[in-house]
Ligand binder design. Sequence first.
Ligand SMILES: [Zn+2]
Length: 485
Amino acid sequence: MGRIILFGFIIFLGLISCKETREKNHDFSTKAILVYNATIIDVVNGNVLKDKAILIDSGIIKRVGDYNTLKSMINLNNQINVEGKFIIPGLWDMHVHIEGQDLVDDNLALLPVFVAYGITTVRDMASDLGEQVLAWREDIKEDKLLGPQIFTAGRKLEGINSIWKGDLEIANEDDLSKMLDKLEAYNVDLVKITENTLAGPLFLKSVQEARKRGFKVSGHIPIDLTIQEVVDAGFTSIEHASYLLRLGSDEKGIVERLNSGDISRNQANAYYSTAFNQDTAMLAYQKLSKTNIAITPTLIGGKQLAYLEEDDHSEDDFLEFLTDRFTANYQWRIDRMANDTPEQKMDRKKRYELIAKQLPYIQKAGIKILAGSDAAALNTFVYPALSLHQELELFQKAGLTSLEILQSATINGAELMGQLNTMGTIEANKQADMVILNSNPLLDIRGTRDIYAVINDGQYFNRTDLDSLLNEAKQTKKRLDKERK
Ligand SMILES: [Zn+2]
C-alpha cells in the first residue's frame, strides 16, 4: 500500500513538473513583443504569408503563428499592429569596408545608420581598422553598441608593398603561416586575399592553408591564375563580378600565355574584354556552379565610376551623414580617371553594362549571388548602407527577379557564413532581425527602402526611432567637421 502511495506521489510530482515546464514556455519576459497582422515574405520560396503574428523575446523569434493563440502570452502594451505592412528578414550587406585610421569616430557614427536602412548584418572585407572592427563586433554582440551584426576578415593577405593600407603582407610560406596565426588569434570570421602584389603560386598556397585551418576564404582572382584553380584550392566566394568576364573567352589559354611570357598583363586584360562570348561564359558558369562557389558582384562601385560625368553627386542627401574627412577619400579615384580619353570613358561604361548583364546568366547557372555594396571611404560615392539598396536596384535592372534579389541579401549570406540555422529567415528559434516595409518588395525591390520599422537583434525601432538614429548621425557629422576645422 505504502509503495502504491509513494508511486502515486511520484507520478503526481511528475505531472506538476510537466505542467510547470509547459507554463514556463509561455512565460516570456516583460520585454517580449508581439508583432501581429503581419504579412511575412518567405524568402526561401517567395510565398506571402498573411495574418501572422511574430513573438520575439530576448533577441530570438520564439513563435510565428496565429494572433489569437499568442496574444494572451504578451502584455497588450507590447503588441504591435503592422496591418498592411510586409516583413522581410534583416538585410545583409556582404561586402563593406569599415576603414580609415583617421575615420574611427566617423565609422562609429555610421553603424546605427546601417540599422536604420534595414541592414542588420554586414560582412566587413578587411581594412586598416581590423582590430577596431573586431572590437566593435564584440561590443555589438554584447549590446554595448548599436549596429548591424558584424562578420569580419580583420586584415587581408597581400603581397609585399601592395597599394593597400594595413594589409598583412607576405613574401613566402613562412610569412603566410605567421599571418594566419595572427588571424586565428583575432578570431576572424573569414580570410580575405587580394592580388595586387601577391603572385599566383603563393596566392594559391594561401587559399589552401587558410582552408586547412577551417577558414572561409574570399577575395579577388590573380591574373596569373584561372578562376577554376582558385576555386579548386578552396575559395568560398569571388568578390566582384568583373573577374567572371574572363570566362567568356579562353581563360586557360590566356593564363598559360601570360605565365610563359608570351603576352603582358595588359594584353591579357584587353583580350578578356574584346574576346568575350556569352555562350562560352554561360558554359563556364554552369561548370563553376558545381563547385559551390558564390559571387558578390558589387556593381554599384563600377556604376558610380562609369557614370561619374553624367551623375552629379554634389547634392546627394546621404552626404549629410559623411564627414568632409570621409568624402575627401573619394578624390583619388576621380583623379585617377581625370585624364581618361573619351574612348576610355566609353569602354568603362560598356564594361560596366557587360558585367551587369551577367547576373541573370550567373543566377540561371546556379551560382549563389551575394548582395554586397563594397561601401568604403575609399570607394567613391559608394555610400555606407544606402549603397546596398542601390545595388539591389541594379540587380533588378540587370534582370534578376525580386525573390532572387531578396535571397541574395538574406539567406544566401547566412548560408555562406554557416548561419542559416540561426539567421536569414523569419522562423522560430532564429535571431530576431527583420525589416517591416510599407511596400511589397516582391513587386519592386525598391520597396526595401520604404521602411516602416526595423527589428535588430530583437530590438524594435519604429519610424520615429529610426529617424532619430539618422538625425544623431547627421549631428555627429556636423560636430566632427566643426572640430576638425
Ligand atoms: Zn572591397
